[in-house]
Design a protein around this ligand. Sequence first.
Ligand SMILES: Cc1cc2nc3c(=O)[nH]c(=O)nc-3n(C[C@H](O)[C@H](O)[C@H](O)COP(=O)(O)OP(=O)(O)OC[C@H]3O[C@@H](n4cnc5c(N)ncnc54)[C@H](O)[C@@H]3O)c2cc1C
Length: 319
Amino acid sequence: MATLVLADHDLGQLAPATARVVAAGLQLGAPVDVLVAGDDVDKVATAAAALEGMARVRVARSAALATPSAEAISALLLKLAPEYGAIVAGSAAVGRDVIPRLAAGLDLMPVTDIVAIHAANRFDRPIYAGNAIETVVSNQTQQVLTIRASAFRPVGQGGSAPVEQVDAGGIAAVTRLLAAHRTESDVPDLATAQIVVGGGVSVGSAEGFKLIERLAHRLGAAVGATRAAVDAGYAPNDWQVGQTGKIIAPDVYIAVGISGALQHLAGIQGAKKIVAINTDPEAPLVKIADVALIGDLFAVVPELIEELARLGIGGQAQG
Ligand SMILES: Cc1cc2nc3c(=O)[nH]c(=O)nc-3n(C[C@H](O)[C@H](O)[C@H](O)COP(=O)(O)OP(=O)(O)OC[C@H]3O[C@@H](n4cnc5c(N)ncnc54)[C@H](O)[C@@H]3O)c2cc1C
């Protein structure tokens, strides 16, 4: 039976993570449909149709779906579920809300936070705050899954899947979105960035954290922070990486002045290479790093930015 991937979208744009969730869906070995649920979603459907490898895009339009209501989306998925062997969403805000509701409705156990797919019923997922990976074999009649998008390479953009309408009649929700508070940012999304520069509390101030942002800007990287840096008010909450923050899996994670507490490491297990900049050669993060620069971040980071500029890498950092 086919696989249904729930498209993630916001403000009329398909989330880049969807291309990664589709890639994961394709690894299940069945044809993949993508569901775009919303109200004014023509642009999202067009972007979804351009993803490679999909059988079709299914569009459900309804006022009840105008905001990402887990109640309404899971009701829609329940209607479509009999057609699918697996229903898959990203492990982001919407997927994490929708999938458990859907699983409860289907009386199935969801398998969440998948980072690798070995077969249509065999998955890897982190446990104990990322300190161990468990392999789950799910012999249920249907799979209901959330995927850590950053663990999968996105599919390409050369597709032209047909777009079909789905009847969303009767979908309703008693919950209502009162307000959405948004953070404007031109830096890449932490969850899917290929390079992340993370800063710790040792930057000393919000002004000091700008150094981390300048290095990230030069590299075209996303910016992360430790909880200590966030709690100190040096970085916004949505930059926090770790057990109680975002889970990242970039190709390169550059950790600047970060000790490597277990709770922080829980968020960076998927990083392919780690570079640590720290004054303490004994810091846990230095010990697990592929490359460690032992030195004062206030000397090392400006030097690094300067050298990158000299090599013509990046070019938009302010200094
Ligand atoms: C329930 C719970 C959940 C948590 N969740 C998270 C989470 O999601 N994410 C998270 O990050 N933390 C989390 N924490 C907090 C975590 O335990 C650590 O306190 C935090 O990660 C430490 O942040 P830090 O590395 O910035 O600071 P510190 O541990 O104080 O480390 C600072 C580092 O900077 C180095 N340093 C100092 N000065 C310089 C300099 N000039 N140049 C270079 N290096 C320098 C030091 O050698 C040290 O290694 C959680 C804690 C609890 C209890």
